[in-house]
Design a protein around this ligand. Structure first.
Ligand code: NI
Length: 270
């Protein structure tokens, strides 16, 4: 019925065209539709992930001389949402960093193995997701060590960085974790508050508007709507020229303020 109606209205419009130009009313509300095309692809890069100790113990962003950003996903692994996210990342050649909860690693070790096998980085997000700033040193060590051991036995990898649940870790504790486990504390520069479930399009727009070069972006693969937001989010960032690297790769490309300025000035033609 719908097609028949639209065909007949099209046929009715033709004789009008022969009688002279058809006036087109102004349409200030018109917006260009979003581009539908092949999925954009993160470039192939061979980058070091060896960041030197002594470059800092807390980061929410990294000063870099390129459009690099690190996408991070907390609170997994989740048996359905994480594999769905991995499919989305793989289709775009994007490598991300997953801050996992040790307790969930024990439940879903195969998800962590797939994450590692597809080139992503794993970081320590504690074993039981407690607010670490309320814990004594012994409990803090146990939270770090049990997650470390869970990831080690699930996937055989050594984690390089940690993110405290709720972002809560005292300066003194950050120093302890750095000296005893070797983990810098990784916070974030862009927080879409996706855990409040504002809807995928809001998650996307918050990330697109908040991201600049060197940003560490926070999201949670625990939540299905966050995963729903990722195709548009990642494609939007790729179309804006951002390149995705892991947190360790981002730390490894850290420049000093003077060096970053010098390299900007050194670009030919500028
Ligand atoms: Ni968390």
């Amino acid at each position: 019925m719908l097609m028949a109606a639209s065909l007949s209205s099209c046929a009715a419009a033709k004789p009008l065209a022969r009688n002279g130009p058809v006036k087109t009313p102004s349409n200030a509300n018109y917006r260009t539709p979003s581009l539908q095309g092949p999925i954009p692809r993160n470039p192939d890069m061979s980058l070091s992930s060896d960041f030197s100790r002594g470059s800092g113990i807390s980061f929410s962003r990294v000063l870099v001389s390129g459009n690099y950003v690190a996408m991070t996903f907390d609170d997994g692994p989740h048996p359905q949402n994480t594999p769905r996210l991995l499919d989305i990342l793989r289709a775009r050649n994007v490598k991300a960093t997953f801050y996992v909860i040790g307790r969930s690693v024990d439940l879903y070790p195969q998800v962590v193995r797939r994450t590692v096998a597809e080139g992503h980085e794993i970081g320590n997000h504690s074993h039981t997701h407690r607010l670490l700033s309320k814990l004594g040193d012994t409990e803090l060590r146990t939270e770090m060590a049990r997650c470390r051991d869970a990831v080690g036995s699930a996937a055989g990898v050594r984690m390089r960085t940690m993110r405290p649940p709720y972002g809560g870790l005292l300066q003194r504790q950050r120093e302890l974790v750095y000296s005893e486990f070797g983990y810098p504390t990784i916070l974030w520069a862009v927080d879409p508050l996706d855990w409040k479930r504002p809807g995928p399009s809001v998650v996307t727009s918050r990330i697109l508007s908040g991201t600049t070069a060197g940003s560490i972006i926070l999201a949670h693969d625990l939540h299905a709507p966050t995963v729903d937001a990722m195709p548009a989010t990642i494609d939007g960032l790729l179309r804006r020229g951002f390149k995705f690297v892991t947190v360790s790769q981002l730390l490894a490309m850290k420049t000093e303020p003077a060096t970053a300025q010098a390299s900007v000035n050194a670009v030919p033609g500028y």
